[in-house]
Design a protein around this ligand. Structure first.
Ligand SMILES: NC(=O)c1ccc[n+]([C@@H]2O[C@H](COP(=O)([O-])OP(=O)(O)OC[C@H]3O[C@@H](n4cnc5c(N)ncnc54)[C@H](OP(=O)(O)O)[C@@H]3O)[C@@H](O)[C@H]2O)c1
Length: 326
């Protein structure tokens, strides 16, 4: 089968398209003929050896995919050959075939394309887990989303709106904040031009926000933490900026703020039933038209390495999806 292969941890441009044997199926897994797989920020980290997961070399990156089941492991029940599914894995999705644990499969709604499915599970799953399970976001609260035009950020805007919250979306360019508005943000901040602490103060009548969703890290994290109201919650989602901030803890004491870690990839393995329930909720919202992945570009597998480089250099809005049928 054809696959994008990482032979050594190192630069993203060392990834090569190769013909390799299909992966071996274990009893708890299914084999999927991959129809579409999306690019995510962690793809850039994993191939450089900078991610919390370090696969045995060589391996194919790619964490979010949709396709058709072609083979079932001997212990797998509840699925059949030909089922249209979407799922998430640590790596292996930038290949014509991928084997994944059956526990984490999600049936693709009939109205969802493979392209949309490949841009759904990880970003929406993460944002729902963060906002609902970790921050317990309530209707009427205000949430500030950083890196809001990225994959996690855009999903967070839609989910926060669906949960009844008011959304302030923050991003680094006019093009990005325009997209956030189109996706439903109530207010926007261009943090490359505006002082976002002042803007949040103005937008919240000096009260601050109830929740911050931060997939970016860097120096903006502390500023955003300072924007939290009394008993506000700060969601640590990721460090796309490449900088893990060190936070003065007095900022939590002063307003009884909480800093909450979010590790969706582990949470779904520890509690697959909650993951199932969250995916049920998300697919229902999709079918009702409340949420819709922003697929900014569709590419071929031989263009995936270049797309991973672009996501690592802040040049992507929404999701880029690799289509295997083109
Ligand atoms: N905790 C979890 O369970 C979990 C799950 C999924 C993803 N994540 C993490 O969440 C983060 C965001 O993921 P994503 O899929 O939303 O990524 P994305 O689509 O690339 O968006 C990340 C955003 O971060 C901002 N950014 C600031 N500095 C950057 C830099 N130096 N390079 C790249 N982006 C930069 C960019 O927005 P601006 O240009 O507007 O600043 C960009 O849109 C990643 O660190 C990822 O590993 C965590």
């Amino acid at each position: 089968m054809k696959a994008l292969i990482c032979q050594q941890f190192g630069p993203i441009n060392a990834l090569r398209l190769e013909n390799i044997p299909a992966p071996v199926l274990t009893s708890s897994q299914v084999r999927i003929e991959v129809k579409a797989a999306s690019i995510n920020f962690p793809d850039a980290l994993i191939v450089q050896g900078l991610y919390q997961v370090r696969p045995t070399l060589p391996f194919s990156p790619g964490a979010e995919l949709a396709g058709t089941i072609t083979e079932l492991g001997s212990d797998v029940t509840g699925w059949k050959i030909g089922d249209r599914v979407m799922t998430c894995t640590d790596y292996g999705a930038f290949a014509e075939q991928c084997v994944v644990t059956a526990d984490l499969l999600v049936a693709l709604p009939s109205s969802m394309t493979f392209t949309q499915g490949a841009a759904f599970v990880l970003t929406y799953g993460t944002s729902l887990h963060a906002l609902k399970d970790r921050a317990r976001l309530k209707a009427g609260e205000t949430v500030l989303i950083l890196g809001a035009a990225g994959g996690v950020g855009l999903a967070a805007i839609e989910i926060a709106k669906k949960l009844g919250a008011r959304v302030i979306a923050a991003a680094s360019s006019q093009e990005k904040i325009d997209l956030c508005r189109r996706v439903g943000a109530n207010d926007v901040i261009n943090y490359s031009r505006e002082d976002f602490k002042d803007r949040v103060k103005t937008l919240s009548n000096n009260q601050g926000v109830d929740v911050v969703c931060d997939p970016v890290g860097g120096e903006g994290s502390e500023t955003a933490l300072r924007c939290l109201a009394w008993r506000g919650r700060f969601l640590v989602v990721g460090f796309a900026s490449g900088v893990i901030p060190k936070i003065p803890l007095n900022l939590t004491l002063l307003k009884e703020r909480q800093i909450l870690g979010v590790y969706w990839g582990d949470a779904i393995k520890r509690d697959p039933m909650s993951h199932k329930a969250n995916m049920q909720l998300l697919t229902t919202w999709f079918e009702q038209g409340h949420i819709r992945p922003v697929v900014s570009e569709q590419i071929r597998l031989d263009q995936a390495a270049e797309a991973i480089e672009r996501i690592a250099s802040r040049k992507v809005m929404g999701k880029i999806v690799v289509n295997f049928d083109v």
